[in-house]
Each structure stands twice: as C-alpha cells, then as structure tokens.
Design a protein around this ligand. Structure first.
Ligand SMILES: [Zn+2]
Length: 275
C-alpha cells in the first residue's frame, strides 16, 4: 500500500452529480482516494454501488465511506439497534462499492459513566463486526477520533476497541484531536507520539493501513466548532504530513476541508514536496 490523498465527497468541480462521475473527476485532478460522505443518510441501491465500484477500479481510485451522523452505540436500546442497522447498511454498501474502510462517530456519553459508555460501544462493535463477518463482508470498521470531549472517540478509546474487537481499527482525525484538546496537540512531536501510540498498541502493521482525516478547524471550550479551509486555521497540517512521511504511513488521508479538492490537492503537493 501507499499513502493516498483525496476528498471527502465528490469534487465540487465534478460536472455531473453522482459518485461515479466524482470518481472520474477526482482522477482527472490527480487525487488518489475519495470518501463517500453518507453523513446525512444513505440513498443508494445495488446498481449504483456497482457503477461506483467499476468507476473506482477503472480509475484506480481507492474508496472509503463515512456512515451517517445519527449513530449512538451507547444510547437507549432502540437507538443502538437503529444505529447498528445504519452501520450494517453502510458496511454492506461500502464494500459493494469496493471501499476497504468506513468510519463513524460512536456516540455520546450523555448521563452514562464513561467506562459504562465505552463498554456498551465495545459490545455493539462486537455485534457489528460479527454480523459483517457472517455475511462475508470484508471492510474495516473504524470508529473515528471525534472533535468534542462530550463524544466517545478519544484516541485511547479507539485503541482499546481496536485491540479488543477483531475487525475494528481507528479512524484517526488529527484535526479533531487538536480541537478536542483545545489546540494542545499541534506539533510534529505530538503527531509522532500519536502514531507511536497506535503502533505500540496495535502493531506496526496498523500504520501501513491507516485511515486519516485532516481539515482546518475552529474550536471552542466544547471542542470542535466547524471545519475550515486548511490555510484559515492554526492546525499545522504541514507538520502532520511530515510525521506521516517520517513514520512511513500508508493508507488513506481524507481531506474534510470545505475547500474540497483545492485543499486535498494542496495536501498532495505539500506531501510530495517533502519526499
Ligand atoms: Zn467524521
């Protein structure tokens, strides 16, 4: 594997809507991967998924997916059940599209003791990965490092779940880590420390298949406020790219900036100049 850089969602400059057209446009631009942003729900049939798979194969574009936002794996029983259904649908369709990984936000602590919330999420992840395995669906299940301390998804939680549940791996959103720590995690050394923590817990192979999110970001006392263009934020993406280079990271770097392909291409250029 190599490190691939691309957008979240189809490029804005895509002449026609539809992920298959977005894939062709991403390829024309020189991008290397695309995250299907199903954050507001999934409205896709098997035929569309097959078209996407064909376009991705023909254009050598790697795909990942982002599950809908409405997920809470430690909420009330019916909320968890519906969340698992959404995640199963995401996993099935994403795999049919040829994606190798999908990410999601695991849930909110709300009134739960953090340890209890973590246990519930872990139990749900066990059920989800077992279902996918039973159906013969091979795709990484990736809870995401989230941008607010009120959300589950600290790096430690991701590493615990990944170590405990086969099929689960972390989606490492470095901008969210920066936001949830009030801007403290923002230097080359901090990013290296995170990468070393991942490799230390999950083995060096985990860095050869890493799902990464990057964006400019604004934060406040409660963490993430909104995503920003890379160059309008203090997040030090250049230092992150240097850390990714120095640790020889492979996988997918998904740029979640509102500037879409402009910022994804910027990341790609900066990364190439490092090498
Ligand atoms: Zn996300």
């Amino acid at each position: 594997m190599t490190l691939r850089i691309g957008t979240s969602g189809i490029p804005r400059s895509s002449a026609r809507p539809g992920t298959d057209h977005g894939i062709r446009r991403a390829r024309e631009l020189g991008l290397q991967c695309l995250e299907m942003a199903w954050v507001n729900g999934i409205k896709m049939g098997d035929e569309a998924a097959d078209r996407i798979a064909r376009a991705a194969r023909e254009n050598d574009l790697a795909l990942t997916a982002h599950a809908p936002y409405y997920i809470n794996l430690c909420g009330a029983a019916d909320v968890v059940r519906r969340s698992l259904e959404r995640l199963l649908t995401t996993g099935r369709l994403a795999a049919r599209c040829g994606a190798e990984s999908f990410c999601f936000h695991a849930g909110f602590y709300q009134a739960l003791e953090p340890a209890e919330a973590r246990r519930r999420v872990q139990r749900a992840l066990r059920g989800l990965t077992a279902r996918l395995r039973d159906e013969g669906i091979a795709i990484d299940v990736r809870p995401e490092l989230t941008g607010k301390p009120s959300q589950l998804g600290s790096l430690e939680e991701l590493l615990d779940w990944s170590a405990e549940v086969a099929g689960v791996r972390p989606c490492v959103d470095f901008s969210h880590q920066y936001a949830r720590t009030g801007g403290r995690v923002n230097r080359y050394e901090d990013f290296m420390e995170m990468l070393d923590a991942i490799a230390g817990r999950l083995g060096p192979g985990s860095l050869q298949r890493l799902h990464v999110h990057v964006s400019g970001i604004e934060y406040g006392p409660l963490g993430e406020r909104r995503h920003l263009p890379l160059r309008r934020s203090r997040f030090r993406y250049r230092e992150l790219l240097r850390a990714l280079r120095d640790r020889g990271i492979s996988g997918w770097v998904v740029c979640e900036s509102p500037e879409m392909e402009d910022d994804a291409l910027h990341l790609l250029r900066v990364y190439r100049r490092l090498r």
